[in-house]
Design a protein around this ligand. Sequence first.
Ligand SMILES: C[S@@+](CC[C@H](N)C(=O)[O-])C[C@H]1O[C@@H](n2cnc3c(N)ncnc32)[C@H](O)[C@@H]1O
Length: 274
Amino acid sequence: MIRTADALAQITARLKDAGIEEPRREARLLLAAALGTSAGGLLARDEVDETAYEPLLARRVAREPLAYITGHREFWGLDFLVSPATLIPRPDTETLIEAVLDSGLQPRTVLDLGTGTGCLLLATLHEFRAAFGVGVDLNPEAAALARRNAEHLGLGTRAVFLAGSWADALDTKFDLVLSNPPYIESADIPELMPEVAGYEPGRALDGGADGLDAYKAIIAVLPQILSENGMAVLELGAGQAPSVTLLSEAAGFTCATKQDLAGIERAALLRFRK
Ligand SMILES: C[S@@+](CC[C@H](N)C(=O)[O-])C[C@H]1O[C@@H](n2cnc3c(N)ncnc32)[C@H](O)[C@@H]1O
């Protein structure tokens, strides 16, 4: 056994040596996860067993994302289960939910293309208590994870999840279409942080040679899946707003954008041009 404070100091030092950005914060979260308690629960323990945290620490030192190790990530104030089947939800993606709330739209039906953990759809259903939603992901394991999240968050009766490509299996229109598609240019993927390039699935990241493959596919199908007065909100990668605006306008939509907290145009809001 070792004093908890000493264990935290050792873990912090190992994480710092491995190049982890917030080693002290992560040390607390990692030790809490290893002991099956909360960060607050650690305070109640004077001593911990060193062998309890070594396997998790070794994974994090190898730059596996903390969220894959703990199995959880918060999004929009909600707790999501995560797995290597799909992307870990990012704070930037919350910009899309803010954009929907700012728009004044009161969606009754919501579609989330490339749903992953289900974070966008489920956060939206959490906000709009009368809405019903469909989430689609190419990876059946992601669709199954999103279903577990819906149950976990008490939203299981208002959400269904399908495995398939974009809207191929759908023959109905929605008030709101959401998507955070894969948008990284293929050649840039090896240059991403080790946590991303080494662990998050290529299918969740790779937007093709120009990063725009998924936007082209989704915008092409929007006329079949968006209600006349509906809105589509697509996440943008840095610098992609002009290209996505052009694609949207060429397909008969108006396109407004919303910035994230860093001032990057992060969300594209598409409506039918009248
Ligand atoms: C960037 S991740 C976003 C996940 C989640 N919506 C989020 O915001 O965290 C993109 C997701 O799109 C899925 N995907 C990729 N190609 C797809 C396709 N053709 N049809 C449906 N989903 C697809 C991936 O499996 C991945 O889960």
